[in-house]
Design a protein around this ligand. Structure first.
Ligand code: FES
Length: 247
């Protein structure tokens, strides 16, 4: 078997890999961010990416591959400029997530051939290309149905708003997420997930520090405050656990 060519990872990426390794007491601990680093270059983790990480961290290719195939954020096929993740977990699904996914799969696919999970509309990496995926709970059930583009949130979606969003992405626009950081591209985000942020820290932070607690998020706390409800205080000495019957 031939050894994959790692030359796509130039001196800049090698330097960043060295920086990552320096952040941990054990070099192998740098594997997760390093996989995001290689994804920022190729838009997925290729065999060359696996080889690069293995070489940098003195691991075997099998050890690296075992990690890549375990976590869904590491993609094994080239992705589009944007990754659209539609939550189809229970709560979002019943609120319309399944309908949103179905509509996007049909809208982005060919006539009679809707996109499948992790398929890409357009040429991967090129402007306006979009990879569509099912996602498990995105931890925003209060704002469902939700979807993410490059892990930024778009809350309270409908099939129509989702179609408008992907059409804007295909035109090269970057619609503002409902909250959080401004939208960039999947590869830019992968670099941030690896732990490297834009030089202009102040501008970046200004975007990140947007509002992140919606009315729906705080509804329970507000109801409790309005009605004077409080949780019972914890006793100094917790009650003893019941005896377990011996078998
Ligand atoms: S079920 Fe969709 S965010 Fe939790």
């Amino acid at each position: 078997m031939t050894t994959p060519d790692v030359s796509v990872f130039g001196p800049d990426i090698v330097a960043k890999a060295g920086e990552l390794i320096g952040r941990y007491p054990e070099s192998r601990s740098a594997l997760l961010p390093m996989l995001h680093l290689v994804q920022s270059v190729e838009g997925h983790v290729s065999q060359a990416g696996v080889q690069f990480c293995a070489e940098q961290l003195s691991l075997s290719n099998a050890e690296v591959s075992a990690v890549v195939t375990f976590y869904t954020m590491y993609k094994r096929k080239p992705c589009g400029e944007h990754l659209v993740s539609v939550c189809t977990n229970t709560l979002c699904a019943v609120l319309g997530g399944d309908a949103i996914y179905r509509r996007l799969a049909e809208h982005l696919g060919e006539e009679g051939a809707p996109l499948k999970h992790e398929d890409t509309a357009g040429t991967p990496g090129e402007q306006g290309s979009i990879t569509l995926e099912h996602a498990e709970c995105l931890a925003a059930c209060d704002l469902g149905p939700v979807l993410q583009v490059n892990y930024e949130y778009y809350d309270n979606q409908t099939p129509e708003s989702a179609v408008e969003l992907v059409d804007a992405l295909r035109r090269g626009e970057k619609p503002a997420p409902t909250r959080g950081a401004p939208l960039t591209s999947l590869r830019d985000v992968e670099l941030e997930l690896a732990g490297f942020f834009p030089e202009d820290e102040a501008t970046y932070r200004a975007g990140v520090d947007g509002p992140s607690a919606a009315v729906e998020t705080l509804r329970g706390a507000q109801l409790a405050a309005d009605n004077g409800w409080t949780a019972p205080t914890m006793p100094e000495t917790p009650p003893a656990l019941p005896e377990v019957e011996k078998k």
